[in-house]
Design a protein around this ligand. Structure first.
Ligand code: PEP
Ligand code: MG
Length: 754
């Protein structure tokens, strides 16, 4: 006989009966190990479950000393069981005691057994425990026995994930699958969200693991694989995808896997062992995932995502297209996704979303921009979050510092609930400040404006009590679209913005793409230094068709009203002059065709390239206004990439050198009687806003959430007193830390909230 196995299908059929019996978890586990031992013809069968403290505890055994159950334990990596758990791979040994990792546990009576076969209990690639069989004689277990044991392990994994074992956990211990976890990521959108996990791509819940008939399952698999391949071939052949490089590459990868014989063979094998087709796909995916998760090669990890997606598609195909497994969105949904398009986020009911967690995505990705605009606390770059959560898990998203608490302990939950209450109390204070005048304690008037870019930013104008829109980032419309917005679409957006603003001024910035702001439908050549590359006004002047279309859309929208346009990344006066020429040509064109034009048109530049600091007199002569882009200006001033965390915090914006540069801009502006605004992130932080006011700025533009805190700061600020002291320090060239320390002390001595 080739194998001592009575047939994995028989085993699975019996297992199904055991799973359906109305017995408690311990009895069920005992029956399972008994069944396996009988069917694999093993003298021993044991189940070890991973606890939250990283220990594998014996939960059931047939053959070893029963008293050892819930007593014997091994750490992950310790003994053969610990090794299987950490490697997530089966171990098949004819002489286990000779293995260097063997750890003897006298209470179990293990010394009588020589051969050993153990497999990890896996779910979505995570190890939840280990299943072991042992025999006295020296034998190597057959491949189909390994398969059968892995399949059984999958059934146990479902039991663990369903929380069935919690009832029999020893007091003071927790099973790993429900372990609270603290994960770090990158803060992408501010705010705290408490709620429950909703998987953006819900894991299909496979309720039927064990097949009635393998031939039927095989046929189902074949049909679904054919349909899947056809749909991928079709997508690739259709014009829609053949244009877009990146999508196409992903689809090609899908197709490669879909035709991979090894993948299909493994699924077939799992079906032969008694699983339904969908359970077989899930099992193979889980095994692959467990192995690939230990890969550090980013290319392979990316391929794992492709394979995950493909397995998902196949499971959906098998379970019927309409089976989504999705329940209604809970009222406190925290969305979890590997990544998500901006439009997909907009499809959700905003009122039910408390937070967003992504495995990928950086601060400038589209979904982040939209999440920020919608006020959804968001954390990105949280490794493996999708496989660590189960739908419905309690979770906290801290978008303030970029951390996640999964299945939080009650004290953590309490602390965050308090934090949320505190934040909303503060918001209430800001709301009350809304209609108060924006003047300092010593009576100096300041204008606080809004940075915006999409329609849903506009209600903030009213809600936050802003004095207007200081920076409208027109590229956002381009970034969330799937193709270049046409002139009419641009016109429609700008007109709605102006309508919403009423009498308040709006400053539109011409398209600032390139650098880190990429358009999916516009593939530009790879650049070595994209921040200093072909971007913003440079791109606009070289592609005048695009710039002129945009200018025309703005002029149309501003017909009969006041309109302000500024150009980003201007490094030389001549660039502004060229841009202005285009505006004049468009104006002429409109007039010639009998269109209305703006009744008052103001043109300005963003000052964000240091070269312009040395052309201040010249530029002020040309423009109607200047807006300082402190994000880029700081980046180029210190030569530190604003998106690179290794260097971005190396230098201090509140240093004498940078503040002197900023002061020069405003002093010359005042002298030339030209208004100056600052619209970088610096203006939105109360402490740095305080410094900006002190060096002469009177117009600051910031994100909606910053207006309240900055207003609260300035209304308690004796600006003249601060200004006098700070200017002395700047003259003296005081060191970096000293200025921040001075400002912090000034604020605390004068009870200024910063
Ligand atoms: C800036 O550079 O400061 C700015 C406001 O523009 P952006 O952040 O869009 O580059
Ligand atoms: Mg900029």
């Amino acid at each position: 006989m080739r194998s001592s196995l009575a047939g994995p299908r028989v085993l699975l059929r019996k297992l199904r009966e055991v799973m359906a019996e109305p017995i408690n978890a311990q009895e069920r586990l005992d029956k399972i190990v008994h069944l396996i031992a009988a069917n694999v013809v093993a003298e021993v069968c044991s189940v070890y479950i991973l606890r939250a403290d990283g220990v594998l505890e014996l939960y059931a055994t047939e053959g070893l000393n029963k008293d050892a159950v819930h007593q014997t334990s091994l750490k992950v990596g310790e003994g053969l069981v610990g090794l299987i758990s950490s490697d997530a791979r089966p171990l098949n040994l004819p002489n286990a005691q000779a293995h260097p990792a063997f750890a003897y546990r006298p209470e179990t009576g293990e010394e009588n057994y020589n051969s050993f076969l153990g497999v990890p209990i896996l779910r979505a690639g995570r190890t939840l425990g280990v299943l072991v069989v042992q025999n006295k004689d020296h034998r190597t277990y057959f491949e189909d026995e390994v398969e059968a044991l892995q399949t059984t392990a999958m059934v146990i994994a479902e039991m663990v994930a369903a929380g069935e074992l919690e009832a029999i956990a020893q007091q003071g211990t927790t099973i790993d699958v429900i372990r609270p976890m603290h994960l770090k990521g990158v803060a992408l959108a501010d705010g705290i969200g408490l709620g429950h996990v909703v998987l953006h791509e819900p894991r299909v819940v496979i309720t039927n693991l064990i097949a009635e008939d393998a031939d039927t399952e095989k046929k189902r698999l074949e049909e679904s694989v054919t349909r899947l391949r056809q749909s991928l071939d079709h997508m690739l052949a259709s014009g829609e995808f053949s244009q877009h490089g990146e999508h196409r590459e992903v689809l090609e990868a899908y197709r490669m896997f879909a035709y991979d014989r090894g993948w299909i063979r493994k699924i077939d094998e799992a079906i032969r062992n008694g699983l339904t087709a969908e359970a077989a796909v899930e099992k193979v995916q889980s095994d692959t995932r467990a192995q690939m998760l230990r890969q550090t090669d980013p290319y392979l990890r990316e391929r794992l995502h492709d394979l995950d997606d493909l397995a998902h598609r196949l499971i959906r195909e098998l379970m019927g297209k309409n089976h989504s497994g999705e329940d209604e969105l809970p009222k406190d949904a925290i969305l979890i996704a590997r990544n998500m398009g901006a439009a997909e986020l907009l499809d959700y009911d905003r009122d039910r979303i408390r937070g967003l967690v992504l495995e990928e995505s950086g601060p400038t990705s589209h979904v982040t921009i939209v999440a920020r605009a919608l006020g959804i606390p968001t954390v990105g770059q949280v490794e493996d979050i999708v496989s660590l959560v189960e739908s419905g898990d309690a979770i906290i998203v801290d978008g303030e510092i970029g951390q996640i608490f999964l299945r939080p302990a009650s004290d953590v939950e309490q602390a965050f609930a308090d934090k949320v209450r505190l934040r909303s109390k503060r918001q209430e204070v800001y709301r009350q400040l809304r209609d108060e005048p924006t003047i300092t304690k010593d009576g100096i008037e300041v204008k606080l404006l809004l940075n915006a870019g999409l329609l849903f930013d506009l209600p903030s104008l009213e809600d936050a009590g802003a004095d207007g829109v200081g920076l409208f980032r027109t590229e956002l419309q381009f970034m969330v679209a799937s193709a270049f917005p046409r002139m009419q679409e641009q016109h429609a957006l700008y007109a709605r913005v102006l309508d919403a603003a009423g009498d308040k001024p709006v400053t539109f910035r011409s398209l600032d793409i390139g650098g880190d702001k990429v358009l999916p439908y516009l593939r530009l050549a790879q650049e070595e230094n994209p921040a200093m590359g072909w971007r913003a006004i440079r791109f606009g002047l070289d592609r005048p068709g695009l710039l002129r279309t945009q200018i025309r859309a703005m002029l149309h929208a501003g017909a009969g009203r006041s309109l302000r346009i500024m150009f980003p990344m201007v490094a030389d006066v001549s660039e502004f002059q060229q841009a202005r020429d285009y505006v004049e040509r468009e104006l002429k064109h409109l007039r010639q065709h009998g269109h209305d034009t703006p009744k008052d048109l103001k043109l300005g530049v963003m000052l964000e390239v240091p070269a312009l600091l040395y052309q201040l007199d010249e530029i002020y002569k040309e423009v109607d206004f200047v807006s300082v882009g402190s994000n880029d200006l700081f980046q180029f001033f210190y030569a530190v990439d604003r998106g690179n965390t290794l260097v971005a915090e190396r230098f201090e914006a509140l240093s004498a050198s940078f503040l002197r540069a900023l002061r020069k801009i405003v002093v010359v502006g005042d002298k030339m009687d030209t208004p100056v605004t600052l619209c970088g992130e610096l203006g939105g932080q109360p402490l740095s806003a305080m410094a900006l006011l002190a060096i002469g700025y009177r117009n600051l533009s910031m994100s909606p959430a910053s207006i309240g805190p900055v207003k609260a700061m300035l209304r308690t600020l004796d600006l003249s007193a601060l200004s006098e002291q700070l200017l002395v320090k700047l003259e003296a060239g005081n060191g970096t830390d000293e200025i921040r320390e001075f400002l912090t002390n000034f604020a605390s001595e004068n009870n200024i909230p910063v």
